[in-house]
Design a binder for this molecule. Structure first.
Ligand code: C2E
Ligand code: CA
Ligand code: CA
Length: 965
């Protein structure tokens, strides 16, 4: 290097490193001058390229000197070499060099030459070396034999390495032989060194940066394991012409004579090396290491030595594979198998304890004990379970890890430095975790497992500072040169963990398998639990269901000693249907949820709140006292509390919903009373509460039971009465303004043999409840029609007058009602207008569409439709015009209170004026007094019905004369 060069040593940039790696050193176009090269076209064996040194080299050995006019190019090889034929070259192959010892024929002038031949891109490459007197090959055999014996006896890897370099050094007689082993980052470590008397050991244990042997050079080692530099100072000899006849440059990938890149030459120069030889050690076609031979003076290794060294190195590489690896692997395999078994057993034990994610965390410390220096953990979604230190894991870590694993193509991450840029785990990692090996599960994408390794602070002694180059300004141009300093550079490496081994990976995969299996079971278990819960729980409110209640009761019944009394509250929401119908199911569901919460708040946590279904709930409260009075007091207190709590408004989008409960309560002993009976009693009591006006608690009593019993008896009697035609019809007159009879209402009558008069308000709902309403309605209609026909026959009924028949909603909505009604009317030879139907608003509430259809259809046939009990229902007045009705009957309760209550009066007034506006007939019901008639008339009502004009009486007693008052 010239003195005026400015040398700057600095870190190599990424771009520079890449440019270096792109340099195509195999097309260097020159060879080392200790031999010469001929490139021959195999078709005619004509020389197409040679190294320029040919002339100088041979001139000293040729009898007739060559000069620049000597036509070497295009000369036939056979002529030139004075060979009898080209036969020896017939068997050349690509890649593998073949040695030609031409014997006496290989003599060019006075000198004997050896030749290495190989096919390169359809050309024959012949590299010639001066043949030296051969060492006895016996020597090598002895050496090799000794070497192998010692290798066999070697107890450690290090010993093996030492034996090899010593044998090589001695045999090849280079000043220094080093065994250079590549590390995963392609830096290299000198693991063995042997020197001649002239040199001393100085590189052993040193680390050399990866850029000392750039990628393309490493690649070339795989193509040609041998590289020789005979004299670093010798001027390379260029190839002439520069290009082959094909127009391409000659590929010197496998050339032994190839001259080194400038970089390499200066690198060796910087080290003071004058001659070198390096032989690659390949293990499974992967560059494992190099044997580097350095000599401090020029040295042309004889060919036989080269091939011997090559063979030895191949042997050594084989030994590396077959001798070293298996023993290491065997240990590894044994350990791995033991670890796997340990993990499996730990998980087996865990499974005994059940399948639960919380338990999974418990097994971690056990697994971690296999590798005590490391953390071991599982991430499930954003959860992170970990064992191995004070660090507890974090959601941030789980998320960061999952992100990294998602971008990794192989579901695997092996990082030895969490602080590096590629790793975003730095913030979220454990304080004492430096590296992480993580795998994402393929089957359960939310699951990943990891091992975290602690920091291993390490001191590396580099033979020169890594990642540095010299920048030399030469002829005004900047050039990269290898660093000239090999000064030892100690580096303390921090923030790194040990590299991850195959064994670590095996362990983690075994762990992952176990976790996956466990997790799958957890999932199944969870499903089973859910299923179990859904069979015992109500989906909407999350409360236990009827089945649960039943089993709970069964358990109470089995309790020994006898458990104290319990109170069972059966709760039904009043008018819940209205909430559903008017505010929608979502609001209804909301309300039910609120009720569930409030019920739970009303009792102690160990009391039971159950949703039976719909708007029915059951609360079971366990009493602590054995005193009946105390229990009764407690129970009524709780009942009141529930009434109060449920009665508070619930807000559905600002709008308050108010619901009230009707509660039936039973105090019982589960041991003495079957569950079914208790629930039935509570249900009965609940109905009593409803009948008594809703929004209250009713405690079941024997009287209630008697009542039920009577009802059951009555129902049976009603059935019989219907069969035997005991149900009769009475008629009550409807009177017009001029006191003329304009019609009558047919009212069902039942004279019970024991009970006497039974009100239709009792037996009509009973018929409805017991599916007898169809039969009852049929009989009433038939009886009414028959009577009308009779009256018509007797000409008692005025023209235009009609008889009203009450129709319950259930009856009207029965399929076929319309046709049957018409058929009956026709059967008695009546006009449709002879019969009116009295219906109530409740009919429209629940089944507006179908009711509307039936009524509209009947109305078009001429039948009159009358809306009964108007004002007690829920539909607003403005709704009236929509309904297919002809007449509105003002409910008795308004008429009754008209005199005293302004509200009733206003109601009556409102109904009348509205009906007049809508051209609907309006009838006042329950008129009992003269004053009422006057009042109603004043308000514009012209038709009346009530005791004042006539009570309901049998047809025989029915009078067509209205009594004058
Ligand atoms: P409703 O349809 O409102 O019938 C009128 C009720 O008021 C009758 O009671 C009648 O006797 C009573 N009433 C009439 N005028 C007066 C009065 O001035 N003062 C008082 N205090 N009461 C008066 P009844 O007959 O006991 O019927 C009760 C209810 O039973 C009826 O109310 C109706 O809803 C139902 N019902 C009666 N017969 C039948 C029937 O054949 N089929 C159906 N589905 N329901 C019926
Ligand atoms: Ca009626
Ligand atoms: Ca009525």
């Amino acid at each position: 290097m010239e003195k005026d060069n400015i040398v700057e040593t600095r870190a190599i940039t990424k771009q520079e490193a890449e440019a270096c790696a792109r340099e195509q050193v195999q097309y260097i176009g020159a060879i080392q001058p200790h031999g010469f090269l001929l490139v021959v076209d195999p078709i005619d064996m004509r020389i197409v390229q040679h190294s320029k040194n040919l002339l100088e080299l041979l001139n000293t050995t040729l009898s007739s000197p060559l000069d620049s006019t000597t036509p070497v190019l295009s000369t036939f090889l056979t002529d030139w070499l004075e060979l009898a034929s080209a036969e020896p070259f017939d068997n050349l192959v690509t890649k593998n060099m073949q040695l030609f010892n031409f014997g006496s024929e290989g003599r060019i002038s006075n000198q004997y030459w050896e030749c290495l031949g190989v096919i390169v891109d359809q050309y024959i490459s012949l590299e010639f070396f001066p043949a030296t007197s051969k060492l006895d090959s016996y020597d090598l055999l002895i050496n090799l034999d000794r070497m192998v014996t010692r290798i066999r006896a070697s107890s450690s890897q290090q010993e093996l390495f030492n034996i090899l370099v010593q044998a090589f050094q001695k045999h090849a007689d280079y000043d220094r032989v080093m065994l250079y082993r590549f590390l995963p980052d392609w830096s290299g470590e000198v693991v063995a060194e042997a020197v001649s008397e002239k040199a001393e050991v100085k590189f052993l244990g040193l680390r050399f940066p990866a850029e000392d042997i750039p990628e393309q050079a490493r690649e070339l080692y795989r193509k040609s394991t041998l590289r020789i530099m005979a004299d670093v100072d010798a001027e390379p000899s260029p190839l002439v012409p520069q290009r082959l006849p094909s127009g391409q440059a000659f590929d010197q990938s496998v050339s032994v004579l190839r001259s080194m890149s400038k970089m390499h030459v200066s690198y060796l120069n910087n080290m003071g090396v004058k001659a070198s030889m390096s032989i690659a050690l390949l293990s499974n076609d992967k560059l494992w290491g190099l044997v580097a031979f350095h000599h401090y003076s020029a040295k042309v290794p004889p060919n036989h030595l080269v091939s011997e060294m090559k063979a030895s190195c191949e042997l050594f590489a084989d030994i590396v594979i077959s001798h070293l690896h298996p023993t290491i692997n065997l240990e590894n395999i044994q350990r791995t198998v033991a670890n796997k078994r340990f993990i499996e057993n730990s998980f087996k034990d865990l499974a005994q304890r059940g399948y639960d994610l919380k338990l999974l965390a418990q097994v971690l410390p056990e697994i971690q004990s296999i590798n005590p220096k490391s953390y071991i953990g599982v991430c499930i979604d954003e959860q992170c379970f970990v064992a191995g230190g004070s660090w507890q894991g974090s959601a941030a870590f789980a998320i960061a890890l999952s992100n990294l694993l998602n971008t990794a193509s192989v579901n695997e991450l092996a990082a030895t430095n969490l602080l590096s840029e590629e790793c975003e785990l730095k913030l979220s990692a454990a304080p004492d975790m430096a590296g992480v090996l993580a795998i994402k599960s393929r089957h359960l994408p939310e699951v990943s497992v990891f091992i975290g390794a602690p920091e291993v602070s390490q001191e590396i002694t580099w033979g020169g500072k890594p990642h540095t180059v010299n920048i030399v300004i030469k002829d005004g141009e900047r050039q990269l040169e290898p660093r000239s300093s090999f000064a030892l550079w100690r580096q303390k490496v921090i923030g790194h963990s040990d590299p991850w081994s195959h064994e670590d990976r095996e362990l983690l995969y075994a762990f992952l398998n176990a976790v996956e299996e466990y997790m799958l079971h957890c999932k199944k278990e969870l499903m089973r639990l859910k299923l179990y819960q859904s069979s015992y729980n109500d989906d909407l409110t999350g409360l236990p269901n009827r089945r649960y209640l039943e089993e709970h009761f069964a358990k109470l019944a089995e309790n020994k000693p006898q458990s104290p009394l319990v109170s069972v509250f059966f709760l039904d929401l009043d008018n819940f249907k209205r909430v559903n119908d008017f505010l929608g199911h979502i609001a209804g569901d909301q309300l039910l949820k609120r009720v569930a919460e409030r019920l739970k708040d009303c009792v102690r946590p160990d009391d039971l709140v159950v949703r039976l279904g719909g708007d029915e709930f059951v609360v079971v409260v366990q009493h602590t006292s054995s005193d009946i009075d105390t229990n009764q007091k407690t129970a009524s207190h709780i009942g009141k509390k529930i009434i109060h709590s449920i009665g508070q408004p619930v807000f559905d989008r600002e709008q308050p919903i108010i619901t009230t409960p009707s509660i039936g309560a039973v105090i019982c002993s589960p041991q003495d009373q079957p569950f079914g009976e208790v629930l039935q009693h509570a249900d009965i009591a609940m109905y009593r509460a409803k009948n008594a006006g809703k929004n209250q608690v009713h405690f079941f009593s024997t009287e209630d039971q008697n009542q039920v019993n009577r009802e059951v008896q009555l129902e049976m009697d009603l059935r019989l009465a219907l069969e035997q035609g005991e149900i009769k019809v009475h008629f009550q007159p409807k009177v017009g303004q001029d006191k003329s009879i304009i019609g009558a209402e047919a009212l069902a009558r039942w004279h019970h043999k024991d009970l006497g008069f039974v009100s239709p308000e009792v037996f009509v709902p009973l018929a409805e409840k017991n599916n007898l309403i169809g039969a009852l309605g049929d009989q009433i209609l038939n009886l009414s029609c028959r009577q009308v026909a009779e009256w018509r026959k007797q000409r008692l009924l005025n023209e235009g007058a009609s008889v009203s028949v009450n129709v319950s909603p259930l009856q009207l909505l029965r399929p076929g009602f319309e046709d049957e009604t018409r058929a009956v009317i026709e059967r008695y030879g009546l006009a449709m207008s002879d019969i009116s139907l009295e219906i109530t608003e409740t009919l429209f509430m629940e089944n507006f569409e179908s009711a509307n259809k039936v009524l509209q259809s009947l109305q078009t046939t001429g039948m009159r439709i009358s809306l009964d009990d108007f004002g007690t229902g829920y539909s607003s007045l403005s709704y009236l015009w929509k309904l297919p009705i002809d007449e509105v009957k003002i409910d008795r309760s308004f008429v009754e209170n008209m005199n005293e209550s302004d509200e009733s009066l206003a109601m009556v007034e409102g109904i009348i004026s509205l009906c007049n506006k809508l051209k609907l007939d309006v009838v006042a019901e329950g008129v009992e007094e003269k004053v009422q008639v006057a009042l109603l008339r004043g308000l514009g009502c012209r038709v009346y019905q009530g005791y004042y004009f006539g009570k309901p009486v049998s047809a025989e007693s029915f009078s067509f004369e209205v009594r004058a008052s």
